[in-house]
Write a protein that binds this ligand. Sequence first.
Ligand SMILES: [Zn+2]
Length: 308
Amino acid sequence: MPDFPASLVEFQHQFPNDDACAAWLSAARWPSGFRCPACAGAKGWPHGGKPFTFECAACGKQTSVTAGTIMHGSKLPLLVWFWAVYLMATHSNGISALQLQKQLGLGSYKSAWLLCAKLRRAMVAPGRAPLAGLVEVDEAEIPLRTKADPVCGGGGRSPQGKMLVAGAVEVENDAPGRLRLAAIKDFSAASLHGFVAANVAPGATIKTDGWPSYARAPDVRHEPHVVGAMAAHVVLPWVHRAFSNAKTWALGVYHGLRRQHLQSYLDEFVFRFNRRRTRPAAFRSLLAIALVRKPLTYNMLIMPEAQG
Ligand SMILES: [Zn+2]
């Protein structure tokens, strides 16, 4: 992958215009030169009429640098995409669609929201390795924001309704490693075993508060610590801190989360948490995933079953 900027000033220097962004994407997609996706031909040249498009010398197929990626078919300039990636990936709290609309001068809230929603889908790396070693696992309730609440402005939280979330954090030398968060439908053994199986490697040890649903989770060793409700944060400090930071973040940046999009916001929190020590590099990893994620339409993004 090509280099990434270490600061805003470097970003501006490296990406002054759409051409610079297209050159970066082209180098990332075809590190050893253009390769035609149709016939694998290695010879092509820039298309005269269409910007950022190559034409294959062998079969004549035209391929845009964004074809088949999450940026495919977008009407937004590449520079706007790059700015959005930079702001979403490197800012310690991320940025809401409303803030992004203002910062980038986008015409509508909908196009800002769509940009954010597409990038959020690029926050889960395909084939990421499951958590290993000692892993704290717990579950939490987070408040739900209903449809009736205003999209922007403070205080838009509904007192009714909670969403259920399972969390897991690797613990190495008394410090947190990688995090996973998932929306779950209940705290049953089926739901929690499913969460553990999807996120924790076979042979790992899960440390829990002794909630009976975790018992006999397959393929992992279980270390239950049965405690009163008040003391769970003492036994499972890192997963509790992650839940608490995620709740504060959801309220601060988004004024609460909606059930429909819960998993994609959890993915965004996890992406940033797991790259907290390498923020500038997060710009590159977000773009790298955006290049391999399939294009999504607005309708696919507003339907919860389009997750993942
Ligand atoms: Zn070809």
